[in-house]
Design a protein around this ligand. Sequence first.
Ligand code: FAD
Length: 456
Amino acid sequence: SISVVLFTCDLRLHDHPPLRAALDGTEEVVPLFVRDRGVDASGFAVPNRLAFLADCLHDLDAGLRERGGRLVVRSGDLVEEVCKVAAEADADEVHMAADASAHAHRRERRLRRALEGEGVRLHVHDTVSTAVAPGAVAPAGSDHFAVFTPYFRRWSEQRLREPHGAPRAVRVPEGVGSESLPSRADLSGLSEGLAAGGEIAGRKSLATWLRSGVAAYEDRHDDLAGDATSRLSPHLHFGTLSPVELVHRARRAGGPGAEAFVRQLAWRDFHRQVLAARPAAADADYRTQHDRWRSEKAARADVEAWKEGRTGYPVVDAAMRQLRHEGWMHNRGRLLTASFLAKTLYVDWRVGARHFLDLLVDGDVANNQLNWQWMAGTGTDTRPNRVLNPVIQAKRYDPDGAYVRRWVPELAGLEGPSVHEPWKLRGLDRAAFDYPDPIVELYEGLARFKRARGRD
Ligand code: FAD
C-alpha cells in the first residue's frame, strides 16, 4: 500500500508525526509539497518567505534523497494536485498536519471531501505545528482561552508526546512526476540580511541556542542591542523545527532561562488556539470594536514615514529599518513600533500587520495578527489602553543607544542614551544630523488616543 504525506508548514524530517504514521502504515510514501495557488492569490507569498521556503524544500528533498526517497513538488490548486498525485501513485491514504487559520480549515474540508470521493482516507495529525493542540485545553463554558495566564497553567500541565527522530529510509514509488525545486537565486526584492532556511540550519541554530543562549534568556530577552533571543521564529513558522521537540529539549536544559523560553513557546500555542476558535480574528477585531482609526488619507504620510523608518523617534526607526534589512525584528521592537502605529499615530492595526507580513520571514497569521491586536488593544490584552512611550522604552531596553546607532547610522555620532532624543540638540549641533524631527508629539498622540477611545 502507498500513502501521500502532504507537507505544508512542517518542512522537516525529525519529529514529523504524519511522515512517521505513513511509514509505519504503508510500504511506500510520496512526500509532497504543493505551491498553493490560493496562498499566492492571498498576497501571503512574499519574497522573503519564498526564499526561506526554497531553502526548506531544498533541505527536505536532500534529506529524503539521503534516505532513498525524494520530494515531489507541484503547483496549482492544492486540493486538485493532492488528488492527482494520490491517483498517479495509487495511494490509499493522505497524511498531513493540522493547522489553525481559516484558509487551512477550508483547505482541509475541501481536501477531505475530494479524497473521499476517490476512496482515499485523509489523516490530519495534531501536535506537528504546536506543542499542545488547539482545543486540547479550554476553560469551562468556552472553546478557547482568551487570557494567557490561565491558559499557560493548563498548557504546562499537559503531558507532551515523546518526540522522535528522522526516519532511516523512505521508499517513494516510481512514476510520480515532480516540478523542479524553487530556488532562492530566482527571487528578487529580498531583504539583504535574510537568514538561511531549512532543517539543517534550524537544527544547528537550536543546538547553539540550547548550548549558549537559553541560559541567559530570562535576563536578556528584552535587550535590543544584545540580540539575545533564539531567532528560531522562522523555523517554527515553516516547521523546520518541532515545537514538541523544542519544549522537551528546553525543559531538559532547565533553569530560569529555559523556563522563560518555554513560556514564549506557549504564547505561540495560545495565539493558535485563539485563531483556530476565532478564524475571523485574522482580520476583524477580536474583542473591542474600534472603528475610529484615522482615515488612510489623513494618515498616509505618517504611515510612509513609519514604514521607512523616518518617524524622528530613533528607536522606532531603528526597529523598522531592522525589519526591512533582515526580514525580522526583535520582539521589543515589534511591540514598540506596533504601539507607535496603532496608539500614537492612531492608524488601524491592519495597516501595520500587512506591512509586517510583507517583510517578516516568520510572518505568521496567528502570531502576527493576534500580537498586533494585542498591541492595538482590540485583542486579548487585559489592559487594552496601555501605550508604550518610545523614549522610555528606548532608555530601558537600549540604555546605551547601541541598537539605534547600529540601524540609524545618521545618528552614530551621538554618544550614549542622548541618541534617543536628538531633538534636544540645538542650533548647529542639531543641524549636523541629517535626521527628521518627530512626525508627532507624544502628548498629541496620547490626546488623540484618549479622544478616540472616549477616555479623559
Ligand atoms: P524568542 O524570544 O526566542 O521566542 C521563542 C519563540 O517563541 C519564538 O520563535 C516564537 O515562536 C515564540 N514567541 C515569542 N514571543 C511570542 C509572542 N509574543 N507571541 C507568539 N509567539 C511568540 N512572531 C512570529 O512568529 N510571527 C509573526 O508574524 C509575529 N508578528 C508579531 C507582531 C507583533 C506586533 C508583535 C508584538 C509580535 C509578533 N511576533 C511574531 C511574536 C514575537 O515578536 C516573535 O515570535 C519573536 O520576536 C521571534 O524572535 P525569536 O524567535 O528570537 O523569539
